[in-house]
Design a protein around this ligand. Structure first.
Ligand SMILES: [Zn+2]
Length: 308
């Protein structure tokens, strides 16, 4: 949906640039040659100014930051978060602690990024250096957690990864993520498709099936016309995305409503954890799914789509 979604593709290299700057400052810190207040302040000011520019560009297009594409919105919220001096300090301190722990244990060169990413951890060993991306939720990690993070880079076995997963589900991780993903208003620009308005459908289903008990998630049409995965719910970002494939005349409204209802059930019921596996479509889920009035028709229609 290129006309409706503002992607701001050039944000990616800008974010990468900021990550490198953090690393440079952190390396100075651990080498004993502390960066000057002016140097750190310069980076903070730049982050604040980029955040302002994104905001301005949204205004120029008569939209809200929450209307941005998923990746641009992630970047924007990260900039907003780091614009606060306290978070900026914590972020820089995390990077320097990580680098210190790393250098005590490995001679390999590492580029460490901490980001508002959809994953909690990623380590890519390259020919010349390691690239490690750590979820911003680890911001307030203690030294034990820092140790686990480095363990996972140097030896990504099951025990280490299980430990990491546990940390990523801790209340401290959640708190940081929640303060990054604070709800901001969305304009009708991104929820209103050519045929269906997600905001209207959400209200309707919330009244009919949830006694208006479901809080407002971020609602998006996907930018790609996926025909298999028609909808998904991201709990960390509280976003329901529907494939823009559904936004067409030939798709009956009860089908769009059914897919949205399914995702709203995910928001309501969450994931059930069994032996460290997370289950989404539990028996309880399936029972509630059947409460949708045109359940049989909608299922039939969707099965017909898969066949073509
Ligand atoms: Zn599902």
């Amino acid at each position: 949906m290129p006309t409706r979604t503002l992607s701001l593709r050039n944000l990616t290299p800008i974010i990468d640039g900021i990550q490198t700057r953090f690393q440079t400052l952190a390396e100075k810190m651990i080498s004993g040659e502390n960066p000057s207040a002016q140097e750190t302040n310069q980076l903070l000011l730049e982050i604040q100014s980029i955040k302002q520019t994104v905001h301005q560009r949204c205004q120029n297009r008569a939209c809200q930051p929450a209307d941005l594409s998923e990746s641009a919105y992630r970047a924007f919220l990260w900039l907003v978060f780091l614009s606060k001096p306290q978070h900026f300090e914590q972020h820089l301190s995390f990077i320097s602690h990580f680098l210190k722990e790393w250098k005590d244990r490995s001679h390999k060169v590492v580029l460490v990024k901490m980001y508002n990413s959809s994953f909690v951890f990623q380590c890519k060993p390259g020919r010349t250096h390691f690239t490690v991306t750590i979820g911003e939720g680890f911001l307030t990690a203690d030294s034990q957690a820092m140790h686990t993070l480095v363990n996972c880079c140097l030896q990504s076995n099951r025990t280490n990864l299980a430990e990491l997963r546990k940390l990523s589900r801790s209340s401290t991780y959640k708190q940081v993520m929640e303060s990054i993903w604070q709800h901001t208003a969305q304009s009708t620009r991104s929820t209103n498709g050519d045929f269906y308005d997600l905001q209207q459908l959400f209200k309707k289903i919330n009244t009919e099936y949830f006694q208006n008990g479901l809080s407002q998630p971020r609602l998006c049409w996907s930018s790609r016309r996926a025909t298999r995965r028609l909808g998904y719910y991201h709990p960390d970002t509280d976003t329901i995305t529907l494939s823009c494939f559904l936004d067409q005349r030939t798709i009956p409204s009860y089908v769009v409503e059914y897919v949205l209802y399914h995702e709203m059930l995910h928001k309501k019921l969450g994931l059930k954890e069994v032996n460290s596996y997370r289950l989404a479509h539990t028996t309880q889920f399936k029972q509630q799914e059947k409460k949708f009035k045109q359940y049989t028709d909608a299922e039939k229609f969707l099965k017909g789509l898969q066949r073509t």
